[in-house]
Design a protein around this ligand. Structure first.
Ligand SMILES: N[C@@H](CCC(=O)N[C@@H](CS)C(=O)NCC(=O)O)C(=O)O
Length: 222
């Protein structure tokens, strides 16, 4: 059985839980308390040098870090990853976009806002928030006239982009400004076996709680 090293409040981990549910793959869920340093132990760093969740341990003991890599590994051979080379390239393009523009901005802004870190660095927060709005606008343009991101059907690209987009409203993004995104969010939520189990950040994640994590904090802002 595969094993998922998981932080329940992480939308990066949520992506993987969602795809595992949609593929019907049974797995062992191993909670990692990133604010208690559990992702920074020598053992964990040997399996993921970046010290982050999610991390997937395969049946034969390989350890795969990075949510996008895990999604692509799991989706291989399934209907969630197109065979067509060009469609596949578009899936990859959206997943790179997610990691390059959406997650580092919407994800960071969300983490800072929900844990009180926005007040510590208001200017950096505003930059992330604004860049996140730009990413949502780009996603909206990309979804215009489309049911799903690639090939007219739900793929791992939708799964990857759904995770942070669906919670953007929690920190004040006006989703009415992105009508194609809003309609797509509903379509993704209605796909078979979609889940809704993102946990709230616990007290230990709050600014000043003493956690050692650099979770969602780009080094350029450190
Ligand atoms: N690019 C990575 C980002 C992973 C990431 O930022 N994980 C956070 C939780 S959302 C984490 O485990 N942080 C622990 C730390 O930074 O110490 C991915 O997509 O998996």
């Amino acid at each position: 059985m595969v094993r998922l090293y998981d932080y329940p409040a992480s939308a990066n981990c949520f992506k993987v839980r969602m795809l595992l549910a949609q593929l019907g793959v049974p797995y062992e869920r191993v909670p990692v308390d990133i604010f208690a340093g559990e992702s920074q132990t020598a053992d964990y760093l040997a399996r993921n040098p970046a010290g982050r969740t999610p991390l997937l341990e395969t049946d034969d003991g390989d350890a795969i870090p990075e949510s996008g890599a895990i999604l692509l590994y799991l989706a291989e051979g399934s209907a969630f990853l197109p065979d067509d080379r060009v469609d596949r390239a578009h899936v990859h393009a959206w997943m790179f976009f997610e990691q390059n523009l959406l997650e580092p901005n919407v994800g960071t802004a969300r983490f800072w806002r929900l844990t009180g870190r926005d007040a510590e660095r208001p200017e950096a927060f505003a930059r992330h928030f604004e860049a996140g709005a730009g990413a949502l606008a780009a996603l909206d343009r990309g979804l215009q006239g489309k049911e799903f991101l690639v090939g007219g059907r739900y793929t791992v690209a939708d799964c990857a982009l759904y995770a942070y987009t669906r919670v953007a409203h929690e920190i004040g993004y006006d989703m009415d400004a992105y009508p194609a995104v809003a309609a797509w969010l509903e379509r993704v939520a209605a796909t078979p076996d979609a889940i809704d189990d993102l946990a709230p950040y616990p007290e230990s994640a709050r600014a000043g709680a003493g956690g050692a994590s650099v979770h969602n904090q780009p080094t350029s802002e450190a």
